[in-house]
Design a protein around this ligand. Structure first.
Ligand code: MG
Length: 180
């Protein structure tokens, strides 16, 4: 049985925190995607990619946690390559950078701020999809939705995300290799 000590990293912090923020404007006649899930609504979120405000904030939180360049630097809106892109591509690149830095996702928490549609009926689907993308259990993905009371933001969706990363245990094989 591995003990807690066996999982301790040899270098660097054992945990890292990341924070991400994003906002997109609603536009009529385009599909709405939040957290990798298509939601039925008369408006979607505009943007160069698919406008998935939640995946963008998660991506930036992951990148920030390992001090990597942010989503705009890695996937510039000026690059036609990312026009209409599935935001899962951005998230996967951020996860790769997290793993390359020697970390895994422990948990994340998000607040979505939008007037409509109601997120409650879709919360389980979104949390399940995000947990699959992050490779964590669904109970490691928090999601709250708020309406923008007093913010005059009825035509926008905003996402705030925090993630916690844990240093991955170095395998015995790798440790042996490093010593020799
Ligand atoms: Mg964005």
């Amino acid at each position: 049985m591995p003990t807690t000590n066996d999982r301790r990293p040899t270098t660097g912090p054992s945990t890292r925190i990341g924070y991400g923020f994003d906002s997109h404007e609603f536009q009529p006649g385009i599909p709405l995607k939040i957290g990798g899930i298509a939601l039925a609504h008369d408006k979607g979120l505009g943007g160069h990619s698919d406008g998935d405000v939640l995946l963008h904030a998660i991506t930036d939180a992951l990148l920030g946690a390992v001090a990597a360049p942010d989503i705009g630097a890695l996937f510039p809106p000026s690059d036609p390559k990312w026009k209409g892109a599935d935001s899962v591509v951005f998230l996967r690149e951020a996860l790769k950078r997290v793993r390359d830095a020697g970390y895994g996702v422990a948990n994340m928490d998000a607040s979505l701020i939008l007037a409509a549609p109601k997120i409650g009926p879709h919360a389980v689907a979104i949390r399940t999809r995000v947990s699959q993308l992050l490779g964590v259990q669904a109970d490691c993905v928090g999601l709250k939705a708020k309406t923008p009371e007093g913010l005059s933001l009825d035509n926008a969706a905003v996402a705030h995300v925090v993630v916690l990363l844990e240093k991955l245990a170095t395998s015995k094989k790798t440790r042996k290799k490093k010593r020799s």
